[in-house]
Design a protein around this ligand. Structure first.
Ligand code: NAD
Ligand code: L34
Length: 304
């Protein structure tokens, strides 16, 4: 049976370490880090996620506030709100929970956040820096996956990793981080050999790449995409996917992309859903917020 990677427990370790660092930072005379979470519309999953973020922030000693707007606001209105937060000395981190309504251009919104306050790492400058292996703010889910691998002591150097899903906010940054070069200035250095699969990867090919992989990371939102016959015995399997389904008793539940009950018998390590990558995303957002607070106050760092 695989080792179960407990995302809740690892996320708690990350947050407990942050509590100590933030307490010290405040004792040095700084105000607590401050995070603003914008949410547009009433998508229930988005509200759950933002609630989890605000709760985690309070736990860590970060001041967090949810700013809620109706789904019929204009893009211009939202851009103005972001600009006000960009200009406020009282704000370190800004995130706009995605998805936003279709009337609003997501890329324009992500690029409107000041890169130094962009705790999601979605601004074009932060994405570019990530792709260049430069120090930057890395999207929280990708950072969460990497932190989970590191803390579970799963070796990546020279090993074969498959990332299923190539979205710009999730699959792509995960794949980027996995092949970072230890010799580059970001210092991340995961040094895996990475294969990226997506919706047009033919199923037999997907199976072939997965069977060869030491690490499988799936981020598609397709339940049971990864079955036990696709997993090399002993491989680490990280499930980023989250889908809400109704079970046989009519109850709502969350499932990932991995056929957990079967894969757990073959894999060397596996993350559950819920309680795997999700809590790590939230914890790493806290880490990004503290990083942003420190960067904003460090006058030795040249502004972009
Ligand atoms: P997305 O819809 O933007 O991307 C899905 C990706 O899956 C695409 O790149 C697509 O090519 C690929 N894909 C679709 N069908 C496929 C198939 N049959 N075979 C291989 N690849 C296929 O979604 P996203 O924003 O990248 O999110 C992916 C999943 O991860 C969703 O379930 C989302 O809810 C979840 N998610 C979880 C966290 C977390 O913290 N755990 C964070 C972000 C997203
Ligand atoms: N801007 N939009 C922006 N940044 C993000 O980083 C996100 N994401 C994704 C959706 N949109 C975003 C998140 O925060 C997904 N996501 C996220 C956040 C938290 C959790 C999962 C995904 C989480 O807490 N998951 C719990 C279960 C939550 C539940 O009960 O529904 C878990 O154990 O997986």
């Amino acid at each position: 049976m695989a080792q179960i990677l407990n995302g809740n427990a690892i996320a708690k370790d990350v947050k407990d370490e942050l509590i100590v660092k933030i307490k010290k930072w405040v004792e040095e005379g700084h105000r607590p880090p401050s995070l603003k979470c914008i949410i547009v519309g009433d998508d229930p999953a988005s509200h759950t996620y933002v609630r989890n973020k605000v709760k985690a922030a309070k736990y860590c000693g970060i001041d967090a506030e949810t700013i809620q707007f109706d789904s019929d606001i204009t893009e211009e209105f939202l851009l103005n709100q972001i600009n006000e937060l960009n200009n406020s000395e009282d704000v370190d981190g800004i995130l706009i929970q995605l998805p936003v309504p279709e009337t609003i251009n997501e890329r324009r919104i992500c690029n409107a956040v000041s890169p130094k306050k962009d705790v999601d790492g979605f601004h074009i400058i932060n994405v570019g820096q990530l792709c260049l292996d430069m120090p930057t703010i890395v999207p929280a889910t990708a950072l969460g996956v990497v932190e989970l691998l590191k803390r579970a002591k799963i070796e990546t150097l020279g090993r074969d990793a498959v990332v299923i899903g190539r979205s710009k906010n999730v699959g792509m940054p995960i794949a980027m981080m996995l092949h970072t070069d230890k010799r580059h200035e970001s210092g991340l250095g995961m040094d895996a050999t990475v294969t990226i699969c997506h919706r047009y990867t033919p199923r037999p090919k997907l199976e072939h790449y997965c069977r060869n992989a030491d690490i499988i990371i799936s981020a598609t939102g397709i339940p049971k995409l990864v079955t036990a016959d696709m997993v090399k015995p002993g491989a680490a399997v990280i499930d980023v996917g989250i889908t809400r389904v109704t079970d046989s008793e009519g109850k709502n539940k969350l499932v990932g992309d991995i056929d957990y009950d079967e894969v757990v018998k073959v894999a060397g390590a596996i993350t559950p859903v819920p309680g795997g990558v999700g809590p790590m995303t939230v914890a790493m957002l806290m880490s990004n917020t503290f990083q942003a607070a420190k960067t904003l106050r460090d006058k030795s760092i040249v502004l972009q």
